[in-house]
Design a binder for this molecule. Structure first.
Ligand code: PHE
Length: 589
């Protein structure tokens, strides 16, 4: 088996396949919305630091282990050690993570397929038409007063939010959580005086209550000045005001419809299952064809196509009114909009987006020859492509989001709700852009899903000598079978709360959180420790022989100290042993 182990056709092919694995839903669906939720600029900067200090060194480590072990992750550790070793637990963890990630990944990818088809039939056209008519009726019937209020509400919504967030900064996270306990108890008719018998709660309640006037004053100020501005506008040019109110109304109406379309899909387990199955079927066909004629060949076509689609949308965005706003949002650091916890989120995302911690890169690396050089260069290219595409994804979505008055912190629905909304308002061109946009999402997801499938299936191929065809079909089928639960996770009657009372997450979210927050960072930590401390120095030297001592030394330092320490901090915070928010609050005050 091992003597005719498959190989990539070329170095470029490997880089495209590995960056195909890295570039996926994480870049296009997740990165823009977490950037939006965390206020842009500074978050992006921190994310870049995480990629360079933690992601890149672990990426090098994974490929190194793969090359040296010439096997999929479970066996690679045994092979390097020359005997059975407990480190293979990392491989088991990875295979399990792959199984779980694959199961919900294909569901989201399936939605992207569904939306591609929806875009082909122009699903937003009738919504836009209907909303246009209704908004026109609104314009003709609503009172001037109502319209002014609508415009004020719309114009001030972010400012009011921001005022509240800034105000909240004066309280420590523990004060704030006490206050929330107090508030909900009072809402449930508890006696405030009795609650305040708790010294912690009393202190928090008094502190927040004393400051409430401050917030109200700030918000009233914002509303007052906006009202003045709007009533000025209504006197000076009433038509302009009515135009604005009509536009806001139209967008609200489209938003309602776009939202309900997505909610419907989310709640429709059968349709989600169908698409997830079709997507998995395609992934199986690719992986069953082997490394160079299946995976590599597919990525060689899809990756350039993906970049072309993104560039098309970025160029379109460039000519939109919201481009400068988007540029500032993504690249201008604004320290007031960042919570310390976002740093942890950035680090967690660095793992997911580079496909680290589950042995995907060990597996892909194992189809390269040992000691074939260029390891760090390849890793830089992969991480660079991944990061570049994540940033481009922001620059393709945010200009559109801003130009059409959408909220950048729209959360997970950014792709499936905010984007269709903008497309709806563009008419015919929106249809075309929608097809390109959702199509590229499918391509990105496919090149990642095949790497997930390869990790799990290669265990049967390398470990049990099964044929590639048989392994891939069985594993792909099982991942799909397990994924059906995620496909139904948001259907009525399938909510986790029904059999795990008091637990608020759906099965889908649980799988996502379990892998991205726990399993991948844990896997990454073990890989860093292994590569930095356990892997024989001879192997490190051999694989990095073409590098200057400085670069090799820097890598060793990062993988030995910086990456493990940062990951341990993240894990401790997640376990609850330390609270990074609380600590940094006290450091700053
Ligand atoms: N990196 C992929 C993405 O960004 C997801 C992935 C995670 C793929 C882990 C393989 C392994 O979407």
């Amino acid at each position: 088996m091992s003597q005719q182990r498959s190989q990539w056709g070329s170095r470029v092919g490997f880089i495209l396949a590995a960056s195909g694995s890295a570039v996926g839903l994480g870049n296009i669906w997740k990165f823009p919305y977490i950037t939006g939720e965390n206020g842009g600029g500074l978050f992006v900067l921190i994310y870049l630091a995480c990629i360079i200090l933690v992601g890149l060194p672990i990426l090098v480590a994974e490929i190194m282990i793969g090359r040296a072990g010439q096997s999929q992750p479970i066996l690679a550790f045994h092979k390097i050690a020359g005997r059975r070793t407990g480190w293979s637990i990392v491989g088991w963890l990875g295979v399990l993570s792959g199984f779980i990630i694959g199961s919900f990944y294909i569901v989201v990818a399936g939605w992207a397929m569904d939306y591609t088809l929806k875009s082909v039939v122009g699903f937003t056209n009738p919504m836009a038409e209907q909303a246009e008519t209704q908004a026109l009726v609104y314009r003709a019937t609503a009172s001037d007063q109502d319209m002014q209020e609508l415009v004020v509400e719309h114009r001030t919504r972010y400012e009011l939010d921001r005022a509240e967030r800034n105000w909240r900064r004066q309280f420590s996270p523990s004060t704030w959580s006490h206050w929330n306990d107090y508030k909900s108890a009072v809402e449930a008719d508890a006696d405030p005086e009795k609650l305040k018998e708790h010294t912690g709660i009393a202190a928090a309640a008094n502190q927040v209550e004393a400051a409430q006037g401050q917030l109200k004053e700030a918000q009233d100020e914002i509303l007052k000045s906006s009202r003045a501005e709007v009533s000025e506008l209504s006197k000076a040019s009433p038509i302009e005001l009515r135009d604005e109110a009509e536009t806001i109304k139209r967008r609200m109406l489209i938003r309602d419809q776009v939202t309900s379309v997505f909610m419907q899909l989310l709640g429709d387990g059968w349709t989600s299952t169908f698409w997830a199955g079709l997507f998995m079927f395609i992934a199986i066909l690719v992986v069953a064809n082997g490394i160079s004629s299946g995976i590599e060949r597919t990525c060689r076509v899809l990756m350039p196509l993906l970049i072309l689609c993104i560039m098309t949308l970025v160029v379109y965005g460039f000519f939109q009114t919201g481009f400068n706003q988007a540029l500032a949002f993504v690249f201008k650091p604004d320290p007031t909009s960042l919570e310390p916890k976002s740093v942890l989120e950035a680090l967690g995302h660095a793992f997911f987006t580079l496909s680290l911690g589950m042995g995907a890169m060990i597996t892909y690396g194992s189809y390269q020859r040992s000691q074939s050089g260029g390891l760090v260069g390849e890793s830089v290219a992969i991480a660079g492509l991944d990061t570049g595409i994540a940033l481009l994804a922001c620059m393709m979505m945010f200009p559109i989001i801003f130009s059409y008055g959408q909220d950048p912190s729209g959360g997970p629905g950014l792709v499936f709700m905010s984007m269709p909304l903008a497309f709806a308002e563009m008419g015919e061109i929106g249809m075309l852009l929608g097809i390109i946009f959702f199509g590229l999402l499918v391509f990105a997801a496919l090149t990642s899903a095949i790497s997930i499938l390869e990790v799990v299936a290669s265990y049967l191929i390398d470990g049990h000598g099964w044929s590639r065809h048989k392994s891939v079909w069985i594993i792909g089928g099982s991942i799909f079978g397990f994924g059906i639960i995620s496909a139904f996770a948001n259907s009525a009657g399938f909510k986790m709360t029904s059999w795990l009372p008091g637990y608020g997450q759906s099965f889908f979210d649980t799988m996502d959180l379990l892998t991205s927050n726990w399993m991948l960072p844990l896997g990454g930590l073990l890989i860093a420790i292994y590569a930095g401390w356990v892997l024989p120095a001879r192997i490190r030297k051999n694989e990095l022989s073409d590098l200057s001592g400085f670069v090799a030394g820097a890598w060793l330092f990062l993988v030995r100290f910086v990456a493990p320490i940062l990951v341990i901090i993240v894990l401790l915070d997640k376990i609850g042993l330390i609270d990074v928010d609380e600590i940094s609050f006290h450091l700053m005050h």
